[in-house]
Design a protein around this ligand. Structure first.
Ligand code: PMP
Length: 359
């Protein structure tokens, strides 16, 4: 099987061992005589997969099952932009948003439909090329929403600002399990799986039970965190295959040594590429200048001579590197290197960056 260095921002690279196991599961799961695509979501095979993945995610995050619950939902992280305020915001209350890019902007816009969405801090004036310099949270706010890693703009909160008594909600779609954090500080964490967790089609939501108890129960059950949690995260047919592959990926992650090992690996990968970019300031323009704000997951840069972009991409492609084109809204380049992205790929890109710059 031919494998390339897949720098795609998501859906993204998965470990080969996970793909192999998943392909076996497509044929038959647990000697049941059935494919994972054919089993009932209420049967014992899927039940074990589902609960196993929930437990494993909590374990990897260092969270206790007495305090937190895990849901696997459809609708992408985009549905969470609406579900969070629908469950926790009312017209008379305020929710604080840190606005750091395209995705936080969409989350903010959805919150404004349900209550007072307050711009607590923003780096829009700097075109999101850094994180906000300062922010002001509203005392008594329903929650503070932070996008931990800005997938398009290439910034990342290495430390999420404390919000005192106000609950913290994270969109961690592009860095969950890729960086060490004290996850017990947070009240709700959501992540579309197709970057760092698994395949597209499922969104992981981790909720502190104390926060869950404050959710509005008077909403349609399919959109209610309480209803999903009360049904043990099996309110309706879940995205069975996506949860299965997510579970395999979490198993792989645990075998590799867990989040701390991944985080170290991710830092080494990112350092290698940023160093190569910074070595040639006349050729490359990394879009994030503040070093501490630079994402270890999505590394964004431009060429000083835009006329060489096509040449740069073609050269990368010839070396088996794909997915380096920046998001269509910002252009330039983006190297996404999630947990499953191999270290050799980062070193190969760094070498290519140096060779291209010297041409
Ligand atoms: N939040 C972040 C940080 C993202 O990167 C993305 C997707 N790229 C989304 C939300 C939206 O996710 P989805 O496509 O799963 O709705």
């Amino acid at each position: 099987m031919k494998r390339i260095y897949n720098f795609s921002s998501g859906p993204a690279i998965l470990p080969v061992s996970v793909l192999e196991e998943a392909s076996r599961g497509v044929l038959e799961i647990n000697r049941s005589g059935m494919s994972i695509l054919e089993v009932s979501h209420r049967g014992k095979d899927y039940e074990a997969i589902h609960q196993g993945a929930r437990d494993r995610l909590l374990r990897l995050l260092g969270l206790a099952a007495e305090d937190f619950t895990v849901l696997f939902l459809g609708g992408g992280a985009t549905l969470q932009f609406a579900m969070v305020p629908m469950n926790f915001l009312t017209p008379d209350r305020t929710a604080d948003y840190l606005h750091t890019g395209e995705w936080s902007g969409r989350a903010l816009a959805e919150a404004a439909r349900f209550g007072k969405a307050h711009l607590a801090g923003s780096s829009e004036a700097e075109k999101f090329s850094r994180l906000p310099e300062s922010w002001r949270f509203t005392p008594g706010a329903a929650y503070v929403h932070v996008t931990t890693n800005n997938t398009i703009e290439g910034t990342q909160w290495k430390t999420v600002p404390p919000a005192g008594e106000v609950p913290l909600v994270l969109d961690a779609s592009s860095d969950l399990l890729g960086i060490v954090r004290d996850y017990s500080r947070f009240d709700l964490i959501y992540a579309g799986a197709q970057k760092n967790l698994g395949p597209a089609g499922v969104t992981a939501v981790v909720i502190k039970k104390a926060f869950l108890s404050k959710a509005n129960p008077q909403i349609p059950s399919i959109l209610s965190y309480q209803a999903h949690a009360a049904a043990d995260a099996l309110l309706n047919t879940p995205p069975v295959f996506s949860v299965y592959v997510l579970g395999l990926n979490l198993q792989w992650l645990e075998q590799e040594g867990g989040v701390a090992v991944m985080a170290e690996r991710n830092e080494r990968k990112a350092r290698a590429v940023y160093e190569a970019l910074d070595e040639f300031p006349s050729v490359y323009d990394p879009t994030v200048k503040v070093t501490e704000h630079r994402s270890v997951m999505n590394l964004t840069f431009r060429l000083k001579s835009p006329g060489r972009e096509a040449d740069f991409l073609a050269g990368a492609q010839a070396l088996g590197m794909d997915g380096l084109k920046g998001h269509r809204s910002v252009g330039g380049f983006r190297a996404s290197m999630y947990n499953a992205f191999p270290e050799e790929g980062a070193y190969a890109l760094a070498e290519y960056l140096r060779n291209f710059a010297r041409r």
